[in-house]
Structures are given as structure tokens and as C-alpha cells.
Design a protein around this ligand. Structure first.
Ligand SMILES: [Zn+2]
Length: 113
């Protein structure tokens, strides 16, 4: 399962950070997940439960913040929220503009003790 592997990477980073701070336990793991990251939220929670077992994050909670898609049109120098899968610029109607936000799947911050 792809999500478990990814969650193990996230937790590795989390544990390293917590250890650097001299923490004993991780209480909360806050992640940012983009709308088009390809990650299924339910499987993320499941993967988290699998990956945290036996680590200092064992009793921690996962918090997920969802980021909507933001695109950028170089013609108009405009950042916008696309209305459909074409990522079309609302001003010049150019399709498939650059996705600037929405593909994230990253660790944002931790709460440790
Ligand atoms: Zn445009």
C-alpha cells in the first residue's frame, strides 16, 4: 500500500524532529494534503495507524489540513482557483495552467511532549 510507505517517511521525519527537540512522545501530527495529491484521506488515517505502531508517535493523533487547488496563469500573471479539471484561466481561458498548490502531501507541524 503506497500510503503506508509514504506515512512511514512522514513519521521518520516527525520522529527525527521530535528527537532533536528532546521530546519523549509525539502527541499530534499535522499534515497538509492537496486536493489533487492523489491521496485518499481514509487510507491516510489507516496508514498512519499502521505506521505509528511501535514508534514514539504510537499515541499520537493525525490531523489533516486539505489544500484546494491553486493555479497560475503566466499570461495574466494571475493566481486563481480552477473551476474544473481543465485548470483554465478565468481571464484568457488558457487551459492547463501551472498548479501551484494542491499536490502537497507533507508534514506541517508536530506537538510533542
Ligand atoms: Zn490567463
Amino acid at each position: 500500500m503506497h500510503e503506508v510507505e509514504m506515512m512511514q517517511n512522514i513519521l521518520n521525519i516527525a520522529v527525527n524532529r521530535a528527537e532533536e527537540e528532546g521530546a519523549q512522545h509525539i502527541r499530534l501530527v499535522h499534515m497538509r494534503v492537496g486536493e489533487v495529491s492523489g491521496i485518499v484521506p481514509d487510507s491516510l488515517q489507516l496508514a498512519f495507524d499502521v505506521a505509528k505502531a511501535g514508534t514514539m508517535a504510537e499515541n499520537s493523533r493525525l490531523e489533516i489540513e486539505y489544500l484546494p487547488v491553486r493555479c497560475y496563469c503566466p499570461n495574466c500573471n494571475l493566481e486563481f482557483q480552477p473551476l474544473d479539471q481543465l485548470y483554465q484561466c478565468p481571464q484568457c481561458h488558457q487551459p492547463y495552467c501551472e498548479v501551484r498548490q494542491g499536490k502537497e502531501c507533507e508534514l506541517a507541524f508536530l506537538e510533542v511532549s
